[in-house]
Design a protein around this ligand. Structure first.
Ligand SMILES: Cc1ncc(C[n+]2csc(CCOP(=O)(O)OP(=O)(O)O)c2C)c(N)n1
Ligand code: SF4
Ligand SMILES: [Mg+2]
Length: 295
């Protein structure tokens, strides 16, 4: 029988059964490549568990554990405590969860890790809905996106995971995008080297849930940043750094037109969405500048 494990060069096997064009696959491969073999992974239910696998079908060559959506961070903290008790400070403990498992269902246990200062690296891959169970809206689904639970568009804006992390004043937090994998890998390395909790929030284009041509995942990730719909910044030891400050935002239409989750919007709705994105971008920039002490 064909054995994918032997064909694989990296820590994630080829032939993973994610959908074609899935942004998550790029994230999983790059994360594991940076972290290396001395890593223990906690992945809750969701599309991420396509990588930790089912029974003998695991696609990662790393020890791992699948807990519940509620307790990813708590499981990771427990593994960290056990390693510490054995005197092992070197092994990386990675919690790798979706937006639903992070900003909704697992937020309480994540808050606990951040407050206790557990040395856990937490990556939230954000495909902006509960994708694995049929595209239900999460509190990270963007304003106006259609999901099976918000068929006429989500009426509220998304939660800001970064600002929640900043409120806990953890040593390192960053947003990232698959359109700049070098930047993402640098941030993963930084998070790994952090002595305490670290968090990376990476937008994860999902052709199935966002309903676009699977060839366009990286292009859409780039457009999200260029339109201000996704902002790249870091928070390190109390200081903010914006990785890409934009003089002019591209029109939001360029980003939403290829995605059928936004096709219900009228021209008037699009104009309103444009204003909302601009306002939110400015709000975050003002807050960052205030924290940087430049205003
Ligand atoms: C408490 C709880 N509620 C619901 C489920 C069912 N469930 C399994 S995976 C999943 C989707 C998780 O969404 P997200 O964390 O965003 O990951 P994604 O599927 O988008 O990768 C849900 C709702 C569950 N396992 N536990
Ligand atoms: S539903 Fe989306 S995130 Fe899940 S495997 Fe498919 S493309 Fe990837
Ligand atoms: Mg999700």
């Amino acid at each position: 029988m064909y054995d994918i494990q032997h064909e694989s060069k990296g820590l994630v096997s080829h032939g993973v059964n994610a959908c074609a064009g899935c942004g998550l696959e790029l994230i999983a491969r790059n994360t594991m490549e940076v972290l290396g073999e001395n890593t223990i992974v906690v992945i809750p239910p969701g599309c991420g568990s396509l990588f930790s696998g089912y029974g003998a079908g695991a696609a990662m060559k790393l020890p791992g554990f699948q807990g519940n959506l509620e307790n990813t961070a708590a499981c990771a903290a427990g593994i960290r405590a056990a390693l510490n008790a054995k005197g092992d400070k070197e092994t990386t403990v990675l919690a790798f969860a979706g937006d639903g498992g992070t900003v909704d269902i697992g937020l309480q246990s994540l808050s606990g890790v951040m407050e206790r200062r557990d040395k856990v690296l937490y990556i939230c891959y954000d495909n902006e809905a509960y994708m694995n169970t049929g595209i239900q809206g999460s509190s990270s689904t963007p304003y106006q996106a259609s999901t099976t639970t918000t068929p006429t568009g989500k009426p509220t804006e998304r939660k800001s995971l970064m600002e929640i992390a900043i409120a806990h004043d953890i040593p390192y937090a960053a947003t990232a995008s698959i359109h700049n994998l070098r930047d993402f890998r640098r941030k993963v390395q930084k998070a790994k080297d952090t002595n305490g909790p670290s968090l990376i929030h990476i937008q994860t284009p999902c052709p199935t849930g966002w309903r676009y041509d699977p060839a366009r995942s990286v292009e859409l990730a780039r457009l999200a940043v260029q339109t201000g719909a996704w902002i790249l910044y870091e928070y390190e030891n109390g200081k903010i750094k914006v990785n890409m400050k934009l003089k002019n935002l591209k029109s939001i239409e360029e980003y939403i037109k290829p995605q059928r989750r936004f096709r219900h919007l009228s021209q008037e709705d699009i104009e309103e969405l444009q204003e909302t994105v601009k306002k939110n971008y400015q709000r975050i920039m003002d807050r960052l500048e205030y924290m940087e002490g430049t205003v």
